[in-house]
Design a protein around this ligand. Structure first.
Ligand code: 2P0
Length: 321
């Protein structure tokens, strides 16, 4: 039986997307900039389902009953491959799933990468982006390594701003909780789009934040990147909070990590944080400070674990049987 396996890494947004322009096409309402991380990955194996006429998805060994998220991606890809195969898809994450760690981005990007190789279809980058986006709005960014821009003004073109070795920062992922989130990103984004009193401001400021972050990354200026990343993150959490019902992903552990980031900065360490749709805090720092930061966060907060990563590369097919 032929099977194909691919690996993709999660990405964390420095300038974030929160809100859709088109729900059917799952299109973000704004541009975003992310870093792809190494150490964490989704590994996805696909092969033809010979026993039933349906796709079957297993995540970390458990069969998913609701596979509606991946169906649009598979339909898009099957039009290109001209295959009517039903697939068995087995995806494994080496990190907590559904807790704000971008498992859907790396999961979908690894699925699209495995599919392309399995059917030998050599997709255009724009087709890869589309196939990923139909499954998860942030997944196209995991198609590239390093610092990545997804530009909504250019049909969501994804481009690499810097490669992983151009600016080798460290990423410390502070796990505040491993519980699945109560409001999915998809639901939360719709609530915010419809009800947040500052949603229009959030849309209007996006290009300004993109420009600031692009400049900071091109200059490799950590202080500039700190300013734009943290203000963009706090504004997104304010959009969530001003939604009705109010959405709060931060916990006391999240807040105590942020306090320690601020304390470490006073001591002269170069670091900044970002927080997504979950309680985890991602600290981006100069590698020379990583050990001191880890020690301080473990000493002063109730984080469960810290995953130490660097900037990661693009997805790849792995030979495995
Ligand atoms: C981002 N997030 O830019 C933002 C910041 C979370 C907070 O994109 O509905 O899993 O599957 O397209 O892409 C997470 O949302 O949502 C996300 P869907 P996705 O990284």
């Amino acid at each position: 039986m032929t099977q194909t396996t691919a690996i993709a890494h999660p990405n964390f947004a420095l300038v974030k997307y929160w809100g859709k322009k088109d729900i059917d096409q799952n299109m973000p309402a704004m541009s975003s900039i992310s870093i792809t991380v190494d150490s964490m990955h989704s590994k996805t194996k696909i092969y033809k389902n010979l026993s039933s006429k349906q796709h079957r998805l297993f995540i970390n060994g458990e069969e998913e009953q609701d596979i509606s998220k991946i169906i649009p991606s598979l339909q898009y890809l099957s039009k290109i491959s001209k295959s009517n195969d039903f697939l068995v898809i087995k995806s494994e994450n080496n990190f907590p799933t559904s807790s704000g760690l971008a498992s859907s981005a790396s999961g979908i990007a690894s699925l699209v990468t495995a599919y392309e190789a399995h059917y030998d279809i050599e997709l255009k980058m724009s087709d890869r982006v589309k196939a990923c986006m139909l499954g998860s709005g942030s997944a196209p960014r995991s198609l590239l390594g390093g610092f990545v821009l997804m530009d909504q003004n250019r049909s969501y073109r994804c481009s690499q701003i810097l490669g992983k070795s151009d600016w080798p920062l460290d990423v410390l992922i502070c796990i505040a909780s491993t519980e699945s989130k109560k409001i999915s990103s998809r639901e939360g984004m719709e609530i915010s789009r419809k009800t947040s009193t500052i949603y229009n401001h959030w849309l209007d400021i996006n290009q300004e934040h993109i420009n600031e972050a692009l400049e900071a990354i091109r200059e490799k200026n950590i202080l500039k990147l700190e300013r734009v990343t943290e203000k963009n993150c706090e504004l997104m959490h304010e959009v969530m909070k001003t939604s009705s019902p109010s959405i709060v992903y931060k916990t006391d552990v999240t807040r105590s990590c942020v306090t320690e980031v601020e304390n470490l900065r006073v001591l002269g360490h170069k670091l900044f944080y970002t927080i997504d749709a979950g309680p985890q805090v991602k600290i981006i720092c100069d590698p020379s400070s990583s050990n001191a930061i880890k020690e301080k966060i473990i000493e002063k907060t109730d984080v469960i674990e810290i995953i130490h990563a660097g900037i990661g590369g693009s997805p790849r097919v792995v030979n495995e049987n």
